[in-house]
Design a protein around this ligand. Sequence first.
Ligand code: SF4
Length: 318
Amino acid sequence: MTAVRRVLLPAPRSFCAGVERAIEIVERLLERHGPPVYVRNQIVHNTHVVADLESRGAVFIADLDEVPEHAVVVFSAHGVAPAVEREAAERGLDAVDATCPLVAKVHAEAKRAAEAGDTVVLIGHEGHEEVVGTMGVAPERTVLVESAEAVPALEVADPAKVTYLSQTTLSVTEVEQIAAALKERFPGIKGQGAEDICYATSNRQAAVAAVVREADLVLVVGSANSSNSNRLVELAVEAGVAAHLIEDAGQLDRAWVEGARTIAVTAGASAPPALVDEVVAAIGAVGPVEVVERPVAEETQEFLLPQRLRAAGPDRGR
Ligand code: SF4
């Protein structure tokens, strides 16, 4: 008789409130204005979400130059630097901001700290869109740090006037380590540990941490450029468990499944829940499975849409 394989589903997993809001903004604009609706960068870091919106008339662009005068353009969930908002206004574009409110909160903290004369030390990954946007809030007063090892080399104007903030989608453990190194170097530094890491990122990490020791394989559904998804893979690997980031069931390797008795399947905050169902079905096609939900937290967070899109009926614009 074939042994039954266990599939553990850590929860929360998949879409967060910020991603749902960003997608809904594009959907409502498509409904109300009709295509094309321009979106600066990927609305969220997931190729399936982007392809789906593209098929419905969203046009993803890297530069505002590509947007015709007066057209609707959406800023992605990762946020933009104020210079981009200014450029959109100067070009007369109808900009709609899908920045996650939790990223906007970090922007507000950066602005406040810079206005108070502090150097902002941003913990984050160079080149990530969220980091580019947050650095752009006060570019002349912000420095980036990517690891605890890089802390000694940081250059700040006044070591007594420093605030640290972080990208929202990092590893909680790693940010705590970097924050500890910053506190050692700048004893008066202001900042709140890993508090800028959003609820969705920390919940998905806690959910994987709760099951990782029972699993001999962890599959994370998400795109290669999804920061929070990559952190889930790292968490499993650091716990000594084989882990893979996969876009969808099409990237599932049958040999991984055959070699595992207990498989945890999760998804980053930008990956649609249906993709997880498809991965579970693909595992089930290899042999019999028992599927077990393993929740560690309940998420009730919701974010309001921008005012102009809340009411039913046509979008009246700015
Ligand atoms: S992962 Fe966190 S910061 Fe990013 S959109 Fe979701 S809730 Fe917002």
